[in-house]
Ligand binder design. Sequence first.
Ligand code: AHM
Ligand code: MG
Length: 338
Amino acid sequence: MQTATTKKFMTLERFINEQERLYADATGEFSGLLHDLSLAAKLVWREVSKAGLVNIIGSTDRMNVSGDMVKKLDEFADETIYKAMDHGGHLCCMASEENEDILHIPDEYPDGKYVLLYDPLDGSSNIDANITIGSIFSIFKRVTKGRKGALEDCLQPGYKQAAAGYIIYGSSTIFVYTAGRGVHGFTLDPSVGEFLLSHENIRIPKKGKIYSMNEGNFCNWSDGMQRYVQHLKTPDKTSGRPYSLRYIGTMVGDAHRTLLYGGIFAYPGDKKNPEGKLRLMYECNPMALIIEQAGGRSSDGTKSILQVQPTSLHQHTPVFMGSEEDVTLCEEFLQGKR
Ligand code: AHM
Ligand code: MG
């Protein structure tokens, strides 16, 4: 057995290459796409880690064309990811939370066979408080033919994702992804600028003891949702209640903790917003694939998030995800079976 000191250093790059080598039909295009994404992640991390310095040193790399205005970090992340990905020849189009319409690949660059959807900086309301934020990505194979990608390439159900993942900028920066063969996490070593394998084949516990949701919305929740949370708070030693509440307000952070510790993360629909707050294509789908690949469950209340047929780029969906037993119990309350 390998001990911590005898373990090989496995970089994200080497891991992706080795995974791809296992499959005879692999063209290398997919590996190239993930490499480009890891570069984008490092560029965003570099700026995120300097966020608090903007008012002190007065300048960052985030300048506009006239060189004197610092861009908002979420806009910077949006542009950085687009620019890191637009010329690799792997994508036919992209879509991001920050842009109403799909983003085309500039004419001078070659098109590829994949589509990237991303949330450049999730949890951006937490930036100024120096609280965990993240980037989320979802990758599909294109379905249309022709030179340019189209909306149809983006609007595919989550189960068709070729890969998905997120980068969490927390006490350390971790790149977590799945390409359908397990979930793996890589921690950035800033001194060498490499993501190193730190969480191989992550498995979510079957049941947890943490619930994560904005309970301030309680009064607007459905009767089933209210009863479910009351249930979690009612002491019962044999089933491990009461649960603990943990809520960061950054989906990447809350989902990452849920992945590692188990329990449930939810953003339900409510009386004001029946479809909830979170977006299907670049928040819920990628996280759902990660959680399900790790042995957990995702739900919109009645079916897996991955089965939701999208109708628009920025559509919302209620979301419940986490440990299998916790999500199943939540669904039973939502459906009035309890
Ligand atoms: P954002 O994309 O504007 O950052 O909003 C999404 C965030 C999620 O990360 C998080 O789960 C949710 O909003 C928190 O919302 P609330 O403040 O309503 O609890
Ligand atoms: Mg977001």
